[in-house]
Design a protein around this ligand. Sequence first.
Ligand code: WTA
Length: 638
Amino acid sequence: MSDTFNIGLGNNNPEVRKRSKTDFITFWEDQAKNLSWFSPWSNPLNWNPPFAKWFEGGLINASFNALDIHQQKNSEKPAIIWEAESGESRNLTYRDLWIEVQKFSNALKSLGIKKGDRITIYLPMVPELPISMLACARIGVTHTVVFSGFSSASLRERIEDSKSKIVITSDGGYRRGKIVKLKEVVDEAIQNFDFVKNVIVMERTKEPIQLNSKDILWKDLIKNASSECAPEKLNSLHPLFILYTSGTTGKPKGVLHGTGGYLTHIHSTFQWAFDIKDSDIFFCTADIGWVTGHSYVVYGPLLHGATEIMYEGAPDFPDSSRMWEIIQKHKVTIFYTTPTALRMFMKFGNKIPNSFDLSTLRLLGTVGEPINPEVWKWYYKVIGKEKCPIIDTWWQTETGGMMISSLPGIETIPLKPGSGTRPIPGVDISVVDEKGNEVSSNTKGYLIIKKPWPGMLLTLWGDDEKYKNAYWSKFPNTYYSGDFAKIDEDGYFWLLGRADDVLKVAGHRIGTAELESCIVGHNDVAESAVCGIPDEVKGEVIISFVVLKENVNKNSDILEKELYEKIRTDIGPIATPKEIYFVSKLPKTRSGKIMRRLLKAIAKNEIIGDISTLEDGTAVTEIQSAIRELQESITKKT
Ligand code: WTA
């Protein structure tokens, strides 16, 4: 029996879950009515598997719902309280944000940008990032935000795939007190891209930069822009954003989200999970470059007219008290972060958080990776002082918003550390075996989604076939999440990690195939295999095995350095392996598939199970010698 914690906010509204059980389409229709629509939909759901069209025919605008309606009610309410590492701060009210967004919308229009175009945004965590996104949304442009830690090669790939006409960036951004020169990365990324018409440069650091013919400074562009820009009345299915994420194949996938369904999902889950009140100060630590930032830094809080903290920089800089200091300073009431951050804070000890006034906190959340029960309990005791419910929210870039979470905004149920509890109302999630049959309780299986949900991705940008193959081909008419899970005797879901070749390092999604193809791109490398092994803080770290081409006579230190450098420039520092092992062969099936199961077991120093039943009769002795060599290479190094 696992521990349970009975804690609630007294917001029992069992009606919500009850209603969701009668008819999920009508249920979601009712939720959609909480948003402002210019005209109602004609069809709540057109389900042509695997393509779902939610609220077809309805006209809506995300920026109007995030700004105009709140600015009419309470224009002076702070929308974004921005904090930098240095302690520098900015405060934007709903009116400020509304004006800035309209000015920037007009500025974009003045560059010839129109509805249906795409714009890539490569900015640090500054208010101009949500301003850019909302301006795009206002005029019907699809935004594609690229995490500012990605390399120029990764950025280039995304700009090319989305055929963005404009890239919005800054001279630089701050991370651990150092300036990261973003504009230089963009210059390299757009070389020979004629379809990129302009680069808009926001001055964050004021360091001198080279301005090229396509470049325009943000401040010059908005100088004469009018502060009135009517929102476009967009079809519910209009593409709001593309967000690239790693999958099991080499190239990142462009997850495409629409407008009406996505907003409905985010609006509802933000309310149910965070129990948002007018007086709350909400703080989500995610970078907007990831989906959590899109849904619960930008759209969720703003759709509710909430006040939120936005933070630029590393959570432990200038020292490990930075987050607690912000919570105390701004009287934060809701804090949403990752297990990786919590594991790091926990390592620093209780003294630091205990020396701050965290008494304003009333609700805590986590996202992105499984949370270890002991970390959950630490969060509950030391940060929440045993009075805040913890929501452990499971979801994905593809789901748009939360899918499994406890929901203090509508119901009080006992919490179990390490379990996300139950699916949100109106979604149908289950755990099945290889054949697609539901497994009995406490049995590990694949997490699947049986019915469409409003935050569901529309498709993969420009690739319906890949969309079908990646998510809908393993089980018929069923969404395959790529995660393992089990359901316990009380109907609680326990997430058990990825079932595919996707890694979760410090909560970031990294595809093994993407990394392997980068490593193999080095001239001296013949083959490579990467896998993840457990790590105390990051949850998982990457290790990679490399087979060199014959006759390579560089020493392994030089090679190792070159490979690390290549990974950083091709993908970005987040994909850097903890270790690179040089070996002469990899364990493979006769048909040439690398046996990752074995690699992982070897790396974790686990006993290798029975290998006599390998697929297609692969030579066992050969595999055994590869295993021995891999094991030796690991022992030699550590
Ligand atoms: C993992 C992040 C356990 C999972 C929002 C999923 C989690 C992947 C949790 C999606 C959680 C996310 N518990 N695992 N609460 N939340 N995951 O697209 O493996 O960056 O498939 O979206 O993160 O990662 P993504």
